[in-house]
Design a binder for this molecule. Structure first.
Ligand code: NAD
Ligand code: ZN
Ligand code: ZN
Length: 336
């Protein structure tokens, strides 16, 4: 089968023929129709994080397609079912996190396109218990970005505990952020968006953000505070240390700063202000299968739709370099 393979950190991906995965009894084989390109895949191929991925690696954790083979221990899925393979490729199913609805914190989890091969390929093996069905109303291409960017931002907004009518600042209007704006609007929140350039500005406003702040030319913290009086919550998807600190500084007393982006840096926090202002700073990692079902349901009802540019697997190295420059509007989805 054809796949994009990372052989070493920082080098270009190889588009080549590799062996099609054989499935185990609890697995299914998915013929991938579409796969979104997440900034996490770029971090993986650069070896940015303390825990490194396997190499050689087939990246990709926004792969969706149809089941073409079913392991003999699988009873709830059948040939032809439309499913997606998320970042949470598998978890143990019996630890305190798995048992308490926090499976994305499982210490024994495997991650698609990181600790196991992912969906930058014509076929991908998946754990039958951790794939999620794509609703009939949603096409493969439209579904792909929801399997990471969608569920991650939907979950982060839940974690923010912002209520209808509250202000939320979304930092980074990339693949994740442009969906965060849409989920926030669908939840009745008021959105102020932060990124740079005319394309991100018009995208943000067209999706329902009431204001756009350009981090290159505006006074981010002062402007947001003036416009909102301090937001009830912020969700930071920016791949920037500065953006993280600003997303903390704009939260009003008692509010929540939700960390989602994963730049390989630290974020200094002032103890005095955090204590006196009663601000919570919390990390949010993807979402559970239930979160994913809910987030797909928003798309099925037409409340959320990723802005997508379709490309091919052969384009992956160009896509990565555009992503590094911040030149992508919405999400790139590779069709296979
Ligand atoms: P992306 O490249 O599509 O978008 C990032 C955006 O941040 C770009 O639009 C860029 O212009 C913007 N940006 C850069 N500096 C900024 C600043 N100072 N202020 C505001 N915006 C700024 O990336 P993506 O696919 O949306 O992923 C974003 C980050 O989220 C990555 O680090 C990725 O690894 C991480 N991520 C985390 C989770 C999770 O579960 N927590 C899940 C998926 C991705
Ligand atoms: Zn992702
Ligand atoms: Zn577990």
């Amino acid at each position: 089968m054809k796949a994009a393979v990372a052989n070493a950190f920082g080098s270009k991906l190889d588009i080549k023929d590799v062996k099609q995965p054989a499935i185990e009894p609890h697995q299914i084989l998915v013929k991938i129709h579409a796969c979104g390109v997440c900034h996490t895949d770029l971090h993986a191929c650069h070896g940015d994080w303390p825990v490194k991925p396997i190499m050689p690696l087939i990246p990709g954790h926004e792969g969706v397609g149809e089941i073409v083979e079913v392991g003999n221990a699988v009873t709830h899925l059948k040939m032809g079912d439309r499913v997606g393979i998320p970042w949470l490729y598998s978890a143990c199913g019996h630890c305190e996190y798995c048992l308490s609805g926090k499976e994305s914190l499982c210490l024994s989890q495997q991650n698609a396109g990181y600790s196991v091969n992912g969906s930058y390929a014509e076929y991908c093996a998946a754990h039958s218990e951790y794939v999620v069905k794509v609703p009939d109303e949603v096409s493969y291409v439209d579904a792909a970005p929801l399997f990471c960017a969608g569920v991650t931002t939907y979950k982060a907004l839940k974690v923010s505990e912002a209520k209808p009518g509250d202000w939320v600042a979304i930092f980074g209007i990339g693949g994740l952020g442009h969906l965060a704006v849409q989920y926030a609007i669908a939840m009745g929140l008021r959105v102020i968006a932060v990124d740079t350039g005319a394309a991100k500005k018009s995208l943000s406003l067209s999706l329902g953000a009431e204001e756009f702040i350009d981090f290159m030319t505006d006074n981010v913290v002062e402007d947001i505070k003036e416009f909102t009086g301090g937001v009830h919550a912020s969700v930071c998807t920016a791949v920037s240390k500065v953006g993280f600190r600003q997303s903390y500084d704009v939260v009003r007393r008692g509010g929540k700063c939700v960390l989602v982006g994963l730049p390989p840096e630290d974020m200094p926090l002032p103890i005095f202000d955090t204590v006196l202002n009663g601000v919570s700073v919390v990390g949010s990692i993807v979402g559970t299968r239930k979160d994913l079902e809910e987030c797909l349901e928003f798309a099925a009802r037409g409340k959320v739709k990723a802005i997508i540019t379709e490309k091919k697997l052969d384009d992956i190295n160009g896509i990565f370099s555009d992503m590094e420059k911040g030149d992508i509007t919405g999400r790139i989805v590779m069709t296979l």
